[in-house]
Design a protein around this ligand. Structure first.
Ligand SMILES: [Zn+2]
Length: 300
């Protein structure tokens, strides 16, 4: 384990305990989240060392096999996943234009997993490179879709200022060297390019409702527990600014379903749907407090 002595956002050194949460998916161990007394940023502390983190990703399984409604939930899950993939692509096309021979567009996807997102982008005409630390996922993406997927260390060898879009879909909360990684991405981005960061939102209604049972704390895999203010402050420090915030409307339902299971031992589907819905309705009213959000970030 390692203990952070300085806040990753503002560098201050005084923290207060915020929550103790259990790792519900892998180890069943308890972990602590602290809050920076200066800027309010919440982060996992102490946390496993980078070399120890791997074991907490083993047997990570989100939809229970013992669940009798598995069939329906799985089908819905895959339907939603397909829909959100198309939405992600549409947002990118809207933000940076459709790629053509005259206007080629490049995407670097960090944490590309099994490659489903980059596959849809490739078919839309983008030139794509993925970064994926897990070897099995990397091999699967290369074999299934013929994608160019590289190891994390390859980031150091890439051409500076070469990407129009850099995407991190639910990745930034997992990155041990947060500031170093942002500096690196900024270097790889074209001066007019965009960084797309999707992360859970600790200040959403479902987070406040489920507290330590909120599934998107996902300790110890999630090292940081961002609010929109934290994202703004973190990127501001690196000379970047939030251009837009887009909602991820399905995450509140998904996260509420998992949180129900952690809280009560089984999923109360009605309750999960009600909390998910309430979270979305509140977010629509107050502007930007969805369960998970997409931040479109540019150079200042
Ligand atoms: Zn701080």
């Amino acid at each position: 384990m390692e203990t952070l002595d300085f806040c990753p956002v503002c560098n201050a050194g005084l923290f207060e305990p915020f929550l103790i949460c259990k790792d519900y998916t892998v180890s069943r161990e308890d972990f602590q989240i602290v809050r920076c007394k200066s800027c309010g940023f919440a982060f996992t502390n102490p946390r496993p060392l980078p070399k120890e983190l791997g074991k907490y990703y083993k047997s990570e399984e989100y939809i229970s096999h013992t669940d009798t409604r598995k069939g329906l939930v799985n089908s819905l899950y895959h339907l939603v996943r397909k829909y959100t993939l198309i939405k992600k692509l549409q947002s990118i096309v809207r933000l940076c234009g459709r790629p053509s021979k005259i206007n080629p567009r490049s995407i670097l996807d960090i944490g590309s997993g099994t490659g489903v997102f980059l596959d849809i982008c490739t078919r839309a005409g983008f030139s794509c490179i993925g970064i994926e630390p897990d070897q099995d996922a990397r091999t699967s993406a290369m074999n299934s879709y013929g994608l160019d997927i590289r190891e994390e260390t390859e980031l150091d060898n890439m051409t500076k200022k070469s990407f129009d879009v850099i995407t991190l879909w639910h990745v930034l909360e997992h990155v041990p060297f947060l500031n170093e990684r942002i500096i690196q991405l900024k270097e790889l981005l074209k001066p007019t390019g965009i960084v797309i960061v999707a992360v859970p939102n600790r200040s959403s209604f479902d987070a406040k409702y489920y507290e330590k049972f909120w599934a998107a704390y996902d300790l110890p895999r999630h090292l940081y527990h961002f609010t929109p203010k934290d994202i703004r402050q973190l990127f501001d420090k690196h000379g970047m600014k939030i251009e837009r915030i887009l909602p991820m409307r399905f995450d509140s339902f998904y996260v509420s379903m998992l949180s129900e299971r952690y809280k009560r031992g089984k999923i109360n589907y009605l309750s999960a749907v009600m909390i998910g819905l309430k979270s979305n309705l509140k977010a629509i009213r107050n502007g930007s407090e969805f369960s998970s959000q997409v931040y479109v970030i540019k150079n200042r």
